[in-house]
Design a protein around this ligand. Structure first.
Ligand code: PLP
Length: 465
């Protein structure tokens, strides 16, 4: 007979064996990368915006699970709702029933999204939401084409990868979806040229790009949507990273007053506990796919609409709305931007600080940072190390966990939980300035050289996310 599992003991022994297990059973390339760049720590506790490591250090988490932890860790309202759900154990995945929790979750999510999106399809991830949106758009328009901006990121399954603006991520996985194309970010003339072929089902847009932290100039998204309408193309807003309050509005398209035909969300929707994504769709677009009883399950998924996911989503929405977290993201995001700009003024390694709400990036000027970044061939491998060196310093010297991303140049990215406070914001600003000053002074040159050397020898690239 199977015995009760002592989960605390399980976690402790798994932690002991993690290194060996990763190299033995999982992804040795990732394990090597994490070791090389020195970010692997043993995290033993998480609460709100903080993590604690085994040595008792408190770390401010500005990575937030790539944005999934908008409420921070272990939010009591979500923990309580999920615990109740586990105890009550409502029958899951009966399938031949009208799932009551899913319907309630859809009603509440629609209320926050507003605009013309009437119907909700739940998924288990962001990339699955993008895949569903592609199918809905193709079915509705009868066209194959898909467009996205350069440097875009919409997920890593084959459909989503077709509109990924990073050639490195696509290489070797083709042929991807026919009719998919990438156009230069914000180039409305190129957009119109492509749309005028009248073969494009949808344009897929991140209101703030996760890779570059760029957003379109005011009014450009609206113009792009008008062009889409003129040529019978749908606009899909990819709010997987920007949605649920992150940029200071529930949806980032709300800043522009744009009402896309399709909105995709995921990441923050469940408070970081249970995977959940959503596709919100205008009803006529929906009806094209689910056009009859015969075709009512023509798109579906075994695990979507699970009770834990639906309850976590409802609880998360409750916190976002009642605690006014979108307004908080706007206010603290503005403060962070102001403080970063003040602290980093005059630091040569900082090219630009940009973003929206609590989604902020520091674009580094690699030409002003002593490194191998400008050496032909070697630079391709070593330039990302500049960002990694900064991330290492932020963690080691300032106890801040952040991310390096970027499309053509490394960029430091801060996406803290929306529950951070003014003191956290101040800590991010001063630590970032100190780190960028040190980068410009070449303080990490030696570390970069040895890590870059290791990377070149082992033929590793850097994490895509
Ligand atoms: C804008 C955007 N779209 C899609 C995705 C893919 O989501 P997921 O990782 O849940 O598949 C991501 C993930 O980082 C994202 O940032």
């Amino acid at each position: 007979m199977a015995e009760r599992i002592d989960v605390a003991a399980l976690i402790a022994s798994a932690r002991e064996n993690a290194r060996e297990s990763h190299f033995g059973h999982m992804n040795p390339a990732f394990a090597k990368l994490v070791e090389l760049i020195g970010v692997d720590r043993s995290y033993v506790r998480g609460e709100g915006q903080y993590l604690w490591d085994a040595q008792g250090n408190r770390i401010l988490d500005c990575l937030a699970g790539y944005g999934a932890l908008a409420l921070g860790r272990a939010h009591p309202v979500v923990v309580d709702a999920i615990s109740q759900c586990l105890t009550l154990a409502p029958p899951a995945w009966v399938r031949w029933e009208l799932n009551p929790l899913a319907a309630e979750a859809a009603r509440r999510l629609k209320l926050q999204c507003g605009g013309g999106v009437d119907r909700v399809f739940f998924t288990n991830s962001g990339t699955e939401a993008v895949e569903a949106a592609i199918k809905f758009a193709r079915q509705h328009t009868g066209r194959p084409g898909l467009l996205a901006w350069s440097d875009s990121f919409h997920g890593l399954t084959c459909g989503a990868l077709s509109i990924n603006g990073n050639e490195d991520l696509r290489r070797g996985f083709g042929p991807l979806l026919p009719g998919a194309a990438i156009i230069e970010f914000g180039d409305l003339e190129a957009l119109e040229r492509a749309l005028s072929s009248r073969t494009v089902a949808a344009v897929v847009v991140e209101p703030v790009q996760g890779k570059t932290l760029r957003s379109l100039a005011p009014g450009v998204l609206r113009e792009a949507h008008a062009l889409c309408k003129r040529y019978g193309t749908l606009l899909i807003a990819d709010e997987i990273q920007t949605g649920a309050g992150r940029t200071g509005a529930f949806l980032a398209v709300h800043h522009d007053g744009v009402e896309p035909e399709i909105v995709v969300m995921a990441k923050a929707l469940s408070g970081g506990f249970v995977p959940v994504g959503a596709v919100l769709v205008r009803s006529d677009v929906w009806d094209s796919t689910f056009s009859s009883m015969d075709r009512s399950v023509v798109h579906s998924s075994t695990f979507h609409e699970g009770p834990l996911a639906m309850v976590a989503l409802i609880a998360t929405l409750e916190v976002i709305v009642e605690d006014k977290l979108a307004a908080r993201a706007a206010e603290l995001g503005e403060l962070l931007m102001r403080r970063l700009r003040a602290e980093c003024a005059g630091i040569g390694s900082v090219r630009e600080i940009r973003g929206k709400g609590l989604m902020i990036g520091i674009d580094l000027d690699t030409a002003r940072i002593p490194s191998f970044a400008n050496v032909p061939l070697l630079g391709r491998f070593t330039e990302p190390m500049i960002g990694q060196a900064a991330i290492m310093e932020l963690l080691e010297a300032h106890s801040i966990l952040a991310q390096t991303t970027g499309a053509r140049r490394p960029l430091l990215k801060f996406m803290p939980p929306l529950v951070v406070n003014e003191a956290d914001v101040e800590a991010i600003a001063t630590a970032t300035a100190a780190t960028c000053r040190a980068l410009g002074a070449g303080r990490f040159y030696g570390a970069m050289r040895s890590v870059a050397g290791n990377m070149v020898r082992s033929g590793l690239g850097l994490s895509p996310a």
